[in-house]
Design a protein around this ligand. Sequence first.
Ligand code: P6P
Length: 293
Amino acid sequence: MNATDPEPDPGLDPVENVVATIARSAAEIRQGLVGRRGKAGAENPSGETQVEADVWADELLADRLTSIDGVAQYASEERSEIIDGGDDRVSVAVDPLDGSSNLKSNNTMGTVFGIYDEPLPAPGSALVASGWILYGPITTMAYARDGSVTKYELTGGERTVVEEDITLPDDPLVYGFGGRVPHWHDEFREFVREIESNPEHKLRYGGAMIGDVNQVLTYGGIFAYPALEGSPRGKLRLQFEGNPIAYLIEAAGGRSSDGSRSILEVEPDDLHDRVPLHVGNAEFIDRLEDALE
Ligand code: P6P
């Protein structure tokens, strides 16, 4: 850790130290995006072109989170191997910059994290906390632990609670679906048509899953990046995106599904497994699973 790194607090348990360190790093990550918008000349383990900020944010978080007592493992969407510091208490999986393709166009991006109490790769049922930082007009954090979701505003390394015990609004408003329409399975396409047929519902799809999911958390609705013709596991990663998002949305009273069951029940084979991701109001996810049966 270099001199300017925020110091972990030995008085906090590892989970709170991880969350506090990520929150304290958000302002620096946001500032560090400037000047790091170019291609890094490499691909991540999922075969996606990395931008400089992907690599830089991953190295910053790896350095800080592996320095925390109680953190056994650090894994990231941007690196093929797990940093394994021994049999300590928690394992941290991070998508350092979700939606980094939005960097060039200056649109919303985020940092997604999941804290597991089992070695990785692990099912979402092993999560003890998860959340995300959103680099929007304001830098915010949504954080789930012990079945409760809290939202913070982050300014200069400090975090201020702005909402506690958050639940999805009962009347779903927004929807956003990834992948190309011609590649959607017929049953999914039919489900989407039903959602779109309600004039109350509004399309929100911004190219960074975390921005779209945060809209679902705020306004109610559904976000999905489904199984596609030719990509049966969809695009999003189970450890770094699917599980943390599902854990938080379920803690907020919503549901998640891989098409037939909660994302949190999916047993991983590999660290970089993809998963068809559907999250939102329970009524929508129930209807989706009926449609895909
Ligand atoms: P597409 C960003 O690269 C990401 O992983 C998610 O944040 C986002 O929802 C999705 O991919 C966008 O994928 O196929 O629409 O470009």
